[in-house]
Design a binder for this molecule. Structure first.
Ligand SMILES: Nc1ncnc2c1ncn2[C@@H]1O[C@H](COP(=O)(O)OP(=O)(O)OP(=O)(O)O)[C@@H](O)[C@H]1O
Ligand SMILES: [Mg+2]
Length: 169
């Protein structure tokens, strides 16, 4: 009937319809695949540690939960205050960035937190064997306009519970 309506043969209409179906399914596959790749979203603005009104540290960013691809709604990965009292262990092979990617940024954030308020800012004790981390901490303290205290040897007595302890190797 369609062949008669458009003035052609039945086999031509059937061949056209087959091609159309293949094209249609191709378009469908393309459309369903393209839906899987979400448009990359933007991370919320990074809050400077000295401007934070409560204590937490930013460890990194959370993007796609299972794949190394962009996420439509990335967010900062943080450790809240209650997670900072029980200790953090950083594992990694030699030279993989434990100190530069964790110890330094964590120390910067802890030292900068409420740095302007003598009553609220965080006290700390740094224990280390190499010596370079203490030098770095002196620099971070200066940056936050805080005075550096004494650097104690690694066999110092156990510190009181209200003091942040940074131990590095
Ligand atoms: N993500 C990175 N990209 C580029 N360079 C890096 C990265 N992470 C660390 N580095 C560089 O690698 C070197 C070793 O880093 P770092 O001292 O932080 O490692 P580590 O794991 O603390 O080493 P160690 O086991 O000796 O204490 C440094 O020069 C640092 O600048
Ligand atoms: Mg190190």
């Amino acid at each position: 009937m369609l062949a008669e309506m458009v003035g052609t043969t039945r086999s031509r209409v059937s061949s056209f319809m087959n091609k159309f179906r293949k094209l249609g399914s191709g378009v469908y596959v393309f459309a369903s695949n393209s839906q899987r790749h979400d448009k990359p979203g933007r991370l919320p603005r990074y809050q400077e540690a000295r401007k934070r009104d409560h204590l937490y540290i930013v460890v990194g960013a959370v993007r796609h939960a299972r794949k190394p691809i962009p996420s439509p709604n990335p967010r900062w990965l943080t450790i809240p205050e209650r997670g900072l009292f029980t200790g953090i262990a950083i594992f990694g092979a030699v030279g993989t960035g434990k100190t530069s990617c964790c110890m330094y940024p964590f120390a910067e954030q802890l030292i900068a937190n409420q740095a302007h308020d003598r009553a609220k800012r965080i006290g700390g004790l740094v224990l280390e064997v190499k010596g370079d981390f203490c030098t770095k901490v002196h620099g971070i303290l200066k940056q936050s306009k805080r005075e550096a205290g004494n650097t104690l040897p690694h066999h110092a007595p156990v510190p009181p519970a209200n003091v942040t302890v940074l131990i590095t190797t």
